[in-house]
Ligand binder design. Structure first.
Ligand code: ABU
Length: 385
């Protein structure tokens, strides 16, 4: 097996090998990106990997099922279109997912799901690592086929340049035995106890990860162990990426009881600077790698919306506030109402682009979640030599 880092590296840098697919971190100048779409979105079904709840509703209130209303879809699409316009005005090429019928049920030999979800959050399923596109296996049944709206694009990139590598991670069975019975009903004391061994709704028997549990720092891929990424998933990433010269660094946030996706918790903004979540500190000791390499960990300010005021169907936390999208090492797109975060970013010498995005929240994400960057200018650097 060839090691591209051995053959390509110049000093500590992994060189760009494709002009079509090239993205090594979260902050290099952005050239091409996929922005999600709310077309055809459905409510997320209750399943072993997810128990959606209406915010502030009495216990037992059923969560809606089937397609989202036309109004909810239009409101989200309007804000997604605003993001598209902003990105295009900054010279970024924007691509969109193909239409997909999310109301279709899913049936495999191992499970059935009443419907699928949506294509609002490409970040959850797709990731670019250098010249490679990886489709994540995913952790929920209703998201099993969520790679499909991106397949035409992947084929286009793959056909355009033989140096583009395309990998689909092994699909887990998502059979009942893959999930931990009772997880959603654990009493608080048990949840505390299990949190410290990082046992969530998925077991450790099969490879499970969502792409959004990873954050790219050049040669280092930081990945959180969560409800949507298990240790087998992290092992698969290590065995897949480390022979190519990457280092996969597992991280943990023990105060997050329902961790899923790292981009509301630990958000690198430029070399040497990570926006951190004050409610979710790193497990003791895991900060050393960053501090020893002169990275600054800066806490995000309190979000402007409390957890209780988030949209009623939104399953994410108030920390969607810090789910920003970097379009360059000094340019950040931030949700319009998050003025305290914008002030912090100005103080840190960023150019800030505020956009309204609240109507996208009920689909589980904000600006980072709703995008998948395909190409940024730059090569893979070693930030932790
Ligand atoms: N999909 C990102 C949600 C993460 C959070 O609620 O904190």
């Amino acid at each position: 097996m060839t090691n591209p880092f051995r053959t390509l590296k110049a000093g500590n840098r992994m060189q760009q090998v494709s002009e079509v697919v090239n993205s090594w971190n979260e902050w290099d100048p952005l050239e091409e990106i996929v922005v999600g779409s709310a077309d055809g979105a459905n409510f997320e079904p209750t399943e072993p990997g997810n128990r959606p709840q209406i915010r502030n509703a009495p216990p037992g209130t059923p969560f809606p099922s089937g397609p989202k209303s036309a109004e909810a879809v239009d409101r989200a699409n309007e804000e997604l279109a605003g993001l598209v316009s902003l990105l295009e005005s900054e010279g970024v090429r924007v691509r969109r997912p193909a239409p997909h019928d999310f109301s279709q049920s899913v049936r495999t030999p191992d499970f059935e799901a009443a419907n699928q979800y949506c294509a609002v959050c490409p970040r959850d399923v797709m990731i670019t690592i250098g010249n490679e596109i990886i489709e994540a296996p995913m952790s929920r049944r209703s998201r099993y086929f969520e790679f499909q709206p991106y397949r035409e694009l992947v084929y286009e990139y793959w056909n355009a340049d033989p140096r583009v590598v395309w990998t689909t991670a092994p699909k887990p069975s998502m059979a009942d035995k893959m999930y931990r019975d009772g997880f959603w009903d654990w009493p608080l004391a048990e949840r505390h106890e299990r949190m410290h061994s990082f046992e969530f709704c998925v077991t450790q028997d099969e490879v499970v990860f969502d792409a959004a549990d990873m954050s790219r720092f050049g040669r280092d891929i930081v990945v959180q162990e969560s409800m949507t990424t298990n240790r087998a998933g992290i092992s698969w990433l290590k065995r897949h990426l480390e022979p190519k010269g990457f280092r996969v660094r597992p991280v943990h946030f023990p105060l997050d009881f329902f961790p899923s996706h790292i981009d509301c918790t630990f958000v690198p903004l430029r070399p040497g600077l990570v926006l951190t979540n004050p409610d979710r500190p790193l497990r003791e000791g895991e900060e050393k790698l960053f501090l020893a390499n002169d990275w600054e960990l800066v806490d995000a300010p309190e979000p402007t919306t409390g957890n209780d005021e988030m949209p009623e169907f939104c399953q994410s936390s108030k920390w969607l506030s810090m789910n920003v999208l970097s379009i360059g090492p000094n340019k950040v797109i931030c949700e319009q109402q998050e003025k305290p975060l914008q002030e912090l970013l100005y103080k840190l010498d960023f150019e800030v682009f505020p956009v309204p995005f609240r109507n996208v929240f009920e689909y589980g994400g904000s600006l980072h979640c709703a995008t998948w960057d395909v190409r940024r200018v730059g090569a893979g650097e070693d930030y932790f030599p």
